[in-house]
Design a protein around this ligand. Structure first.
Ligand code: ZN
Length: 557
């Protein structure tokens, strides 16, 4: 790299990556359509970074703003967004980093805002104090030329390995909504269809209900409807007393039904002798059945006869109810299709209600039903069976071990796991000594435990050594620190094939803690990443209701 600084009449004349100043400014004009101060400044920053980067090492670049700076990197280095060697993060910081792709070591050049006030126009421009059109652009460029390098900070940084790895695009499929190919890893539909795109074909995008076409149904007075079929279920509501289906779709209206219809406030009904084109329209009952069938997965079932246009999904076995939340939202983004579900990750019994689904209009546009089918290529709801685990319990605490205090933990945990169908195969007591607790854990494993629950010893006190013992016993893949109160010191992980749940002392005082939320998920075979555990913070606060109404509350949901 050209390291030299030319001097003309005492002025500093920076060379930009081997180019003279005027030559670089002309190049910017050609590429960016005008000599944008940001791209000009970017040239100084790229040059500065290159001078601090070891020669002969292959580098990638990352910039932290979308404006101007990426253009300078693309002009002056082999890195472009297209070839993937330049990544643009939209942090809004005027900074660029060149880094060793293999090792992650790099140099970061950024604008030091505290140094900027040395040049008035540069400062006003960068901090947006003055309207761009009021800035004398010649003077501004001159200040950038003279002081650009001075106001930059340079620092050594490392770039995370996960970021350096090139994201694989993975499998591609046609989007069920727009029909164009997109990476499947983005979810059940392409991101443009999920989030909305500002680029639209005529008639595309969200159209409110009242502006969409509706089938041209003939409406007749009920007196003329005798001998004809009802097109939809009709509901009788007695305020505060009852609500239910009084007429079923397809039922023939008789003379003697007229009084009932009148009492329900129905003066007119849809004539059944002129039905909408089936190729374009799907009746609400057909739609509800398609939806119900598509969304119910293993361990769930759906009503085979829609009522008032709705179909309910229920648990067909006991277990942990789970929801594909992204897919549920994708479905609800389809016009005129709704599904309401209870919160996921709850233990349910056979027959428990899980969700309800329906089309909003009496006749749903078939293209929306097709879209729903495409979203429902995988079910939304499942009930996972809970494994009948062989549980080993290790109770820690010197006072308990010596019999000074009577242990309460073993009975509490035994009750919790047996309530979920598990069996306790071994219970060990250990004082607050790492080796002794480790021995207890190993005794549980030797007794055939596939779930080891250790109690207490998880807080910040020096006597709390359960974590150290778990590690000594071979703990791996663990997450410690759960954003739930009570129970934030809860740990999940595994020793070999056995699952580990470390329960803090909070469980002695509180009926329900984080462990009660995690236990059924462990029994359903779920594993936890830091990401999964971090998500528990929303809904992680117990309100200490008196009496406790868990699970009929928001804790752990
Ligand atoms: Zn799409």
């Amino acid at each position: 790299m050209n390291n030299e600084r030319e001097t003309h009449g005492g002025e500093r004349n920076p060379a930009i990556c081997g180019m003279g100043w005027a030559e670089y400014v002309a190049l910017v004009e050609h590429f960016h359509s005008y000599a944008a101060p940001g791209v000009v400044l970017g040239g100084i920053m790229v040059d500065l970074a290159l001078r601090h980067f070891p020669k002969g090492v292959l580098f990638d670049a990352v910039v932290e703003t979308k404006s101007c700076l990426p253009d300078a990197v693309q002009l002056l280095t082999p890195c472009t967004t297209g070839n993937g060697w330049l990544k643009v993060l939209n942090f809004g910081r005027y900074a660029l980093t060149l880094y060793d792709k293999k090792k992650g070591e790099g140099v970061r050049v950024y604008i030091d805002g505290h140094k900027l006030p040395i040049c008035k126009n540069f400062y006003d421009w960068f901090f947006n104090y003055v309207d761009k059109k009021d800035l004398p652009s010649g003077v501004l460029l001159e200040e950038i030329r003279l002081h650009g390098e001075e106001v930059c900070g340079v620092e050594a940084v490392t770039v995370d390995a996960a970021f350096r790895k090139r994201a694989k695009k993975g499998r591609v499929d046609n989007c069920p909504v727009c029909g164009e190919p997109y990476p499947l890893k983005d979810g059940p539909m392409c991101l443009a269809c999920r989030d909305g795109s500002p680029v639209r074909r005529p008639g595309e995008g969200f159209v409110p209900d009242f502006e969409r076409p509706h089938p041209d149904l003939k409406i007749i007075p009920i007196e003329e409807a005798v001998g004809k079929k009802a097109l939809n279920d009709m509901t009788k509501i007695v305020p505060g007393q009852s609500k239910g289906r009084a007429f079923k779709a397809g039922q023939v209206i008789r003379e003697e039904d007229l009084d009932l219809l009148r009492s329900m406030g129905k003066g007119r009904i849809f004539a059944s002798d002129r039905l909408p084109d089936e190729k374009i329209w799907a009746h609400e009952n057909e739609a509800a059945l398609v939806l119900g069938a598509g969304m119910s997965g293993e361990g769930t079932d759906y009503e085979r006869e829609p009522k008032e246009g709705k179909v309910q999904i229920t648990a067909s076995r006991a277990g942990l109810y789970t929801v594909d939340v992204d897919r549920l939202k994708a479905l609800n983004l389809i016009p005129d299709v709704v599904c309401a579900a209870r919160r996921g990750c709850e233990v349910v019994k056979t027959g428990d209600m899980l969700a309800g689904t329906r089309a909003i209009p009496l006749y749903l546009e078939r293209r929306f039903l097709e879209r729903a089918k495409a979203v429902l290529t995988k079910p939304l709801f499942r009930v996972l069976p809970l494994r009948k685990a062989k549980v080993g319990i290790v109770v820690t605490g010197t006072e308990v071990f010596k019999g000074i205090i009577k242990d309460k933990f073993a009975p509490i945990m035994t009750e919790k796991v047996t309530a979920l169908g598990c069996e306790v195969v071994h219970t060990a007591m250990a004082p607050d000594v790492v080796e002794e607790i480790t021995k207890g854990i190993k005794a549980c494993l030797a007794a055939g435990a596939d779930l080891v629950i250790s109690t207490a010893g998880m807080s910040v006190d020096p006597d709390d050594v359960s974590k150290a013992a778990l590690l000594q016993a071979g703990l791996t893949d663990y997450v410690f620190g759960t954003p739930m109160l009570p129970g934030s010191m809860t740990l999940v992980g595994r020793i070999g094939e056995a699952q580990v749940l470390a329960v803090p002392a909070a469980a002695l005082f509180h009926t329900i803690t984080a462990a009660d939320v995690l236990l059924p998920r462990l029994l359903a075979g779920q594993t936890f990443t830091h990401d999964d555990i971090a998500a528990l913070g929303h809904g992680g606060l117990c309100l200490n209701c008196d009496p406790c109404i868990y699970p009929l509350c928001g804790f752990g949901k």
